[in-house]
Design a protein around this ligand. Structure first.
Ligand code: AMP
Length: 191
């Protein structure tokens, strides 16, 4: 099993690249942001609870997202592997993920961090907000908050996997294809 974390701040291109990578490597894409947005669209109780956090650019509580990941793993018992996108975002989530994967005897192989400068992130998110329909992409204050939350609460997850010797960095500015090729070069060395 090839289990990867695609890591990086909001707007670093994780979703775009994950969609291309799952096709090439036949993996399952798990995006907690997408799962949460689908809960909101379906007007579930979970979606209603999550929306108030997401609209402000805050993190949804750990137990909510960990529960979603656990059922997604159970739904795909024969998967060749998973690409986690937007998860884990806290150390508690990383510990929970490691525990879930331990049962499958298929630990995370690598956390691949896509590095993008802050000005570029803001530019990309505002641009995406024109078409994504996402309220959290349409307000500079919320965007800035999401980037701050990333630096404060999420970036320690990279150190968590560095200490397991699994942290790899890829330069994330340039064309989608350039970045995809850099990611493939890294993944081909792991596979
Ligand atoms: P994303 O689509 O990954 O940019 O996520 C959009 C929003 O969903 C985030 O700003 C958070 O409010 C929430 N979210 C997504 N994934 C997580 C997670 N792993 N932990 C907590 N909140 C999350």
């Amino acid at each position: 099993m090839l289990n990867l974390i695609l890591f990086g701040p909001p707007g670093s291109g994780k979703g775009t690249q994950a969609a291309k990578l799952v096709e090439k490597y036949q993996l399952i894409h798990i995006s907690t942001g997408d799962l949460l947005r689908s809960e909101i669209t379906n007007e579930t109780a979970l979606g209603l609870e999550a929306k108030s956090f997401m609209d402000k650019g805050h993190l949804v509580p750990d137990e909510v997202v960990i529960g979603m990941i656990s059922s997604k793993l159970d739904d795909n018992p024969t998967a060749a592997g998973f690409i986690f996108d937007g998860f884990p975002r806290t150390i508690a989530q990383a510990e929970a993920l490691d525990n879930l994967l331990e049962f499958k005897e298929a630990p995370i192989r690598a956390l691949i961090e896509i590095k993008v400068g802050e000005e570029e992130l803001k530019k990309r998110l505002l641009e995406r907000g024109k078409t994504s329909g996402r309220p959290d992409d349409q307000n500079l204050e919320v965007i800035t908050n999401r980037i701050q939350v990333y630096r404060r609460e999420t970036s320690p997850v990279a150190n968590f996997y560095s200490s397991q010797d699994k942290h790899i960095e890829v330069y994330g500015e340039g064309t989608i294809d350039d970045i995809f090729n850099s990611l493939c070069a890294v993944i081909d060395k792991l596979a």
